[in-house]
Design a protein around this ligand. Structure first.
Ligand SMILES: Nc1ncnc2c1ncn2[C@@H]1O[C@H](COP(=O)(O)OP(=O)(O)OP(=O)(O)O)[C@@H](O)[C@H]1O
Ligand SMILES: [Zn+2]
Length: 729
């Protein structure tokens, strides 16, 4: 009897063999339901096996039998199976867990997911022509068909559906009176009037088109407001008219509404599928199957979308490629940006990584000819980049963190009817509540962190584990009634600005104000419609937005990041400030950026004021080179967590001994240490860093080591994970 090899979502490295009476090679890539232990599991058939392949000593005849093979949906193609296998190999994660991550839940459960094209192009079929000629009893269906016959075909199903009597469209399809029409790629070209490209945009576009349809990694390094999106859309139009699919990745849900709209307006006839984790299961499964069956023309999505199967793939676009949200921070810790490049190579198509502030790794590759580089140095609309100036706050008296200079600048904007943004990357009212009399502070009971004061709903909230409590009226420790919020977050600045500028409409834009996609869309619409004068925002305001009337960006509280321990902290700060500053003066009005700091002469700020990303990158890479940090080395981090720190450390010490025993040349193994934020959600965390100058030896070492780790018995309640190319060390 045929044997199928099934990847199951379990924290185990192996795949599992089952008997399947009617399985054929056609079933590889299909979802299955199988018996497992005392229950059932859903998995994916990744290969057919023969008796001889079955693991040592098991009598193939005694294998269990699959319960159900999901054959209503197309099997996942070989290149997709290669992709997940690569992810499992590179990130040293169980294949079944990678599959579980990559597949929408509905598909994984082997639910019935309609593979039918939701909005096909339709034409009148042979049966329909016959029906029109024959003498038939009048019916709703016939009336609709006759009405359609007056027009020139083809029509999208959704268009037919909108006509009078359109509910009969399903009936017409069943009778074969209407049939799917051949999709004509020419119809997919951009519609409406397009802006004339700037010389730089055109240069970049022509260079990319001239390079052909094969694999190439491009970095499109364009200053904020240079019109990178327009270049993406032109490239996409080209691929669509060639009959190819386009995959467009965006950092997170925050950016998708604006872009979705732009894409839909640009390509009216194209089928655009958007995929992000905010979608309901059903919608995600449908979008995935649309792409798999080749119906979707454009797939627009967040990091997860990198796993979309695309039989006609012609181009991958990664917008804001530097964004940390491309890296999954739990479970299988993949980088969607890196996988996008891998996929492009695998499928021999171009990939464009776009950013005003590229990741230093990407910038380095682009300046070492591993990636091809295109630069947009000018803004598309605005005459100039915003002016950037530091406000030295060392001798200033601040009003809730706001300097007189910044307040005056906001006042000017108000008088002129322009918008200002105060950027402060800290949500809540104040980072901690404390008692001046006994020294009590609002610690999170589960984390090494403070509970943040949220005055809006009078709660104390941990931003790490999410636990929350009511705000005490008096000090829980000494009873003092005069307990005080210490420091400031967006809510406090918002409140103060509302007092200082009573005539202004102050709008806070952070994750608390935009908890759902709907709320977020509402906020964006308010800002775009000019319904706010002063915005107070966190980093969600720093990304990709385009508000032409916003002319002032004030940055407060940035100094803390100058001294952060992580070697990537300066890179992140620079990116964040350049991005948020880049929101200013994008339209016809000039923009200004004011940065409050105690270190006005810091080189980071000097490069920022000159908009000189390249100089910053060279400086930063120089110091990384001398310290041996990425991209001059490759890293992996083994993390362990347990209720007791000692258990976590002990596991890592043991892992280290195993590592030492199989030490590979060129692989450096560090000592286990507690993580900077040791306690999170009642678990104590520790980590062990592995480093190598070469990827090859590191990967070889990891494969061997992780296989050993799976065999270890460890303390109860201990969990461990490996993070390859960690963003935080
Ligand atoms: N060729 C053009 N002619 C006129 N307007 C343009 C052109 N290209 C882009 N624009 C406009 O310029 C503005 C900035 O473009 P876009 O948002 O694409 O910039 P970006 O490079 O993505 O910037 P950021 O990195 O800051 O997100 C938008 O309003 C866009 O519509
Ligand atoms: Zn907590």
């Amino acid at each position: 009897m045929p044997i199928v090899r099934v990847a199951l979502p379990l924290p185990l490295p192996q795949v599992f063999d089952y008997l399947a009476a009617d399985a054929t090679a056609e079933d590889v890539g299909r979802c299955v339901k199988v018996p497992f232990g005392r229950g059932e599991r859903n998995g994916l058939i990744v290969a057919l096996a023969c008796d001889a392949d079955v693991d040592g000593g098991i009598d193939p005849g005694r294998l269990k039998t699959v319960l159900h093979i999901q054959r209503d949906v197309l099997p996942l193609p070989a290149d997709w199976l290669e992709l997940v296998a690569f992810v499992a190999r590179y990130y040293h994660a169980p294949l079944g867990e990678v599959v579980a991550l990559a597949l929408p839940p509905g598909l994984r459960r082997a639910d019935g997911v309609s593979a039918e094209d939701e909005d096909p192009l339709l034409d009148i079929g042979v049966a329909g022509t016959e029906a029109l000629q024959a003498t038939r009893r009048p019916s709703k269906a016939l009336a609709l068909l006759q009405a359609l016959a007056q027009d020139s075909p083809p029509w999208r199903r959704s268009v037919v559906r909108e006509r009078e009597g359109g509910e009969a469209v399903g009936d017409l399809l069943r009778r074969g009176w209407l049939v799917p029409a051949a999709e004509d790629a020419q119809r997919l070209d951009a519609t409406g009037s397009l802006p004339a490209l700037t010389a730089e945009q055109d240069g970049a576009l022509q260079a990319m088109l001239a390079d052909g349809e094969g694999f190439r990694s491009w970095l499109l390094h364009g200053v904020t407001g240079s019109g990178k999106t327009e270049v993406y859309l032109r490239l996409a139009a080209h691929m669509l008219t060639q009959g190819r699919q386009v995959l467009m990745l965006v950092p997170e849900i925050a950016l998708t509404p604006q872009l979705e709209q732009r894409v839909a307006q640009r390509f009216a006839a194209a089928r655009v599928v958007s995929l992000h984790s905010g979608l309901a299961d059903g919608a995600r499964s449908r979008g995935f199957v649309q792409a798999l069956s080749g119906h979707a023309d454009i797939v627009l999505g967040t990091r997860l979308a990198v796993f979309t199967p695309l039989p006609r793939l012609g181009l991958i676009l990664v917008d804001e490629e530097h964004d940390a949200s491309y890296k999954q921070q739990e479970g299988v810790r993949y980088s969607a940006r890196d996988l996008a490049v891998w996929r492009a190579r695998q499928r021999d198509v171009p990939v464009v990584l776009g950013s005003a502030t590229p990741a230093l790794e990407t910038w380095y590759h682009a300046h070492n000819e591993r990636y091809a580089l295109q630069v947009l140095s000018q803004r598309a609309l605005a005459a100039a980049m915003p002016t950037v100036r530091c406000i030295d706050v060392r001798r200033l008296k601040l009003d809730e963190g706001l300097s007189p200079g910044l307040l005056a600048a906001i006042g000017q904007r108000l008088a002129r009817g322009e918008q200002s943004l105060v950027f402060l990357n800290r949500r809540g009212y104040a980072p901690v509540l404390s008692c001046p009399s006994c020294g009590w502070v609002s610690r999170c009971p589960h984390c090494s962190a403070n509970l943040v004061v949220h005055l809006v709903d009078r709660r104390l909230r941990c931003h790490h584990c999410g636990c929350d409590a009511g705000m005490p009226r008096a000090c829980p420790s000494c009873g003092n009634q005069d307990i005080q919020p210490f420091g400031r977050g967006t809510q406090r600045v918002e409140a103060r600005l509302a007092e200082l500028f009573p005539q202004a409409r102050v709008l806070r834009v952070d994750r608390d104000a935009a908890r759902t996609r709907k709320q977020w869309e509402g906020l964006l619409a308010t800002i775009a419609a000019g319904g706010a004068d002063i915005l107070v925002g966190t980093q969600i305001m720093a990304k990709g937005h385009d508000f032409p009337n916003l002319t002032l960006v004030g940055v407060i509280g940035a100094d803390a990041s100058l001294h952060a321990a992580d070697f990537r902290a300066p890179e992140r700060l620079f990116q964040q400030l350049m991005q948020v500053g880049g929101r200013a003066g994008r339209g016809s009005l000039p923009g200004e950026v004011l940065i409050q700091t105690e270190y006005p002469a810091h080189p980071l700020f000097l490069h920022l004021a000159r908009h000189d990303f390249d100089a910053f990158a060279r400086m930063e890479l120089q110091s990384r080179r001398s310290a041996g940090f990425p991209p001059f080395s490759h890293q992996a981090m083994l993390r362990a967590d347990a209720p007791a720190l000692d258990d976590a450390l002990e596991f890592l010490r043991h892992a280290r001994r195993l590592a030492d025993a199989r030490a590979t040349e060129g692989v450096r193994i560090f000592d286990p240490v507690p993580m900077r934020m040791t306690r999170l959600a009642r678990r104590e965390r520790a980590q062990l860093l592995i480093e190598s100058d070469q990827r090859g030896p590191l990967q070889a070492f990891l494969a061997d080591w992780v296989a050993q780790l799976y065999c270890q018995r460890s303390a109860r309640e201990l969990r461990w994970q490996l993070d390859v190319d960690p963003l935080e060390v």
